[in-house]
Design a protein around this ligand. Structure first.
Ligand code: CO8
Length: 260
């Protein structure tokens, strides 16, 4: 199978660009997550790599979030393995020592939004058709506490409370207004804008920036690391329920019907 991630590393600037290229919509399958984490780990261990820009090679979509087919009709064992990989991605990204910038060049629901939220800075393409948000409740499922924490750390408690209950998907200007993204640019300028912002962050001494980042994020990260097994159990018990499987099925039907 072809690689789901393409990494371009520029040793002169110390910046890597990760292009997600898993057709059609960069959904986060177990294979995708495994490959993503291996790529991330390599960059993290490379002392010459100080910054990471994450973007999509797929048209109109940054990432469609977790692969719904990984949660539908699977064994509890497989669901557990999948969830562990989702946790791993979040732990690695949220705790990264690198400067991370999301260049959100398409829609970014649920897990895609989470991925963007783990970054230090978010730039979104100013295309009114694109949406971003934690829309889990629309699928009849519930965003786990660490999804909620990540969003609340970014936009505050009240905005998160309302957005999560309603499963709100924001267009770019709404997302900018609530602080879910930091900047909007025309789509064709998204990588140059990310590079420009990166230059600003690269000017800060790494050690001071890294300690500060860790100080801000450690309590949130610790809450998952000390409850990882329970969180997996919780996910498996929830997602394998008949009623939840029925909700997911209904949502998959809607996704299919939307086409015609
Ligand atoms: N997983 C699997 N397949 C998907 C997903 C997905 N997340 N998203 C889209 N697809 C499939 C579609 O079914 C379609 O398949 P097919 O070609 O076979 O009909 C194909 O990808 C292309 O999709 P679209 O035609 O819809 O493409 P568009 O470009 O029109 O739209 C969107 C792209 C906006 C991304 C749209 O596909 C969409 O809204 N997708 C659903 C996104 C979503 O709601 N994801 C939520 C996933 S759940 C999650 O991430 C967190 C779960 C936390 C778990 C907590 C439990 C306790």
């Amino acid at each position: 199978t072809s690689p789901k991630i393409r990494v371009e590393f520029n040793p002169t600037s110390g910046v890597a660009v990760m292009h997600m290229q898993s057709p059609p919509v960069n959904s986060l399958s177990l294979d995708f997550l495994t490959e993503f984490c291996i790529g991330l780990e390599k960059l993290e261990m490379d002392k010459g790599c100080r910054g990471l820009i994450i973007t999509s090679s797929q048209p109109k979509v940054f990432s469609a979030g977790l692969d719904i087919l990984e949660m539908y009709g699977r064994s509890p064992e497989r669901c557990g393995e999948f969830w562990k990989a989702v946790q791993e991605m979040w732990l690695k990204l949220y705790g990264s020592d690198m400067i991370t910038i999301a260049a959100i060049n398409g829609s970014s629901p649920a897990g895609g939004c989470l991925m963007a939220l783990t970054c230090d800075y978010r730039i979104m393409a100013d295309q009114p058709r694109y949406t971003i948000g934690l829309n889990e409740t629309l699928l009849g499922i519930v965003a786990p506490f660490w999804f909620k924490d990540t969003m609340a750390n970014t936009v505050g408690h009240r905005t998160t409370e309302m957005a999560l209950q309603l499963g709100l998907l924001y267009n770019p200007s709404e997302a900018l207004k609530v602080g879910l993204v930091d900047q909007l640019v025309p789509e064709d300028q998204i990588l140059s804008a990310a590079t420009q912002t990166m230059t600003k962050w690269l000017a800060i001494p790494d050690h001071a920036r890294q300690i500060t980042k860790s100080m801000m994020r450690k309590p949130t990260i610790d809450r998952l690391t000390s409850n990882r097994e329970a969180d997996i159990q919780n996910f498996v018990n929830f997602i394998t329920k008949d009623s939840i499987q029925k909700s997911l099925r209904a949502y998959l039907e809607i996704l299919k019907k939307k086409k015609t």
